[in-house]
Design a protein around this ligand. Structure first.
Ligand SMILES: NC(=O)c1ccc[n+]([C@@H]2O[C@H](COP(=O)([O-])OP(=O)(O)OC[C@H]3O[C@@H](n4cnc5c(N)ncnc54)[C@H](O)[C@@H]3O)[C@@H](O)[C@H]2O)c1
Length: 247
């Protein structure tokens, strides 16, 4: 039976890459994002691959909206099989300049967003007795963001929180729902391009594989975590960084 996969922040970048790869591997797709044009463009690409694609304009930080959308999806096609908690946004403010509101917003998007969507999705997965959840963490959760020119401590805090959430939920939801995380290193996307372009030579010197990553590099690993059968992996996090972590 065709699997249904939700990808938050699926309109562009890594999320779009994951959506396209899961569609190529036969999944029907649900995209959640803030930007209507990006949702429409990615939906068109998925439909060209022959899979169905539903789109929802939503802020992942909105708990009630996540639950309303899940109710609508489940009424149409039943519980979903796969959730990729990808939506995220960096924050360059350091500890001496960040406001409480800015810190809260970073946690709300990058950490609570994953809670909101997992809270909405997991009950349906438990009813069917199967499900896969992937959290989009970051290499920053390990490095503290040392490759950055500027502080990203609030973002790093949220991304490290996702790793704790991954391990705890993997235990709580086993054996039916497998919960894993990925930690991308430097991936060239719309979001990261300006920063990467400005310092590309310096950044690439710190990557053993001698190049930055692409959304497709991340998508292949996410698709493996979502679709491989059988699978004896849960509560894990995989670094996708071209070996930057221990160089
Ligand atoms: N690009 C990298 O180098 C890199 C490295 C490590 C981790 N990541 C993580 O990968 C994920 C994707 O990053 P990207 O580089 O593709 O970024 P991106 O900005 O290109 O894409 C992020 C997508 O998420 C959407 N989004 C942002 N906030 C949202 C919200 N509140 N509600 C719904 N949608 C929202 C955006 O509209 C966008 O479509 C993020 O979680 C990011 O932290 C990226």
């Amino acid at each position: 039976m065709t699997k249904t996969a939700i990808i938050t922040g699926g309109g562009r970048g890594i999320g779009r890459g994951c959506a396209l790869e899961l569609a190529k591997q036969g999944c029907d797709i649900v995209l959640v994002d803030l930007i209507p044009e990006d949702l429409a463009n990615t939906k068109a690409e998925i439909e060209l691959l022959g899979q169905s694609c539903r789109t929802f304009l939503a802020d992942v930080a909105d708990f009630a909206r996540a639950h309303d959308i899940l109710a609508e999806i489940e009424a149409q096609t039943g519980p979903v099989d796969i959730l990729v908690n990808n939506a995220g946004k960096s924050n360059t403010a350091g500890i001496t300049e960040i406001t409480e509101e800015s810190f809260d917003r970073t946690i709300a998007i990058n950490l609570k967003g994953a809670f909101n969507w997992t809270h909405a999705t997991a009950p349906g997965m438990l009813r069917t007795g199967r499900g896969r959840i992937v959290m989009m963490s970051s290499l920053n959760a390990y490095t503290g963001g040392v490759t950055s020119a500027v502080s990203r401590f609030s973002y790093t805090t949220a991304k490290a929180g996702l790793l704790g959430m991954t391990r705890a939920l993997a235990k709580e939801l086993a054996p039916h729902i497998l919960v894993n995380a990925v930690c991308p290193g430097i991936i060239e996307t719309e979001r990261s391009n300006a920063m990467i372009r400005a310092r590309k030579d310096e950044l690439v010197r710190g990557i053993t594989m001698g190049r930055t990553g692409t959304p497709a590099d991340v998508a292949q690993v996410v698709a493996f975590l979502c679709l491989s059968e059988p699978c004896f992996m849960t509560g894990q996090d995989l670094k996708i960084d071209g070996l930057q972590w221990i160089i």
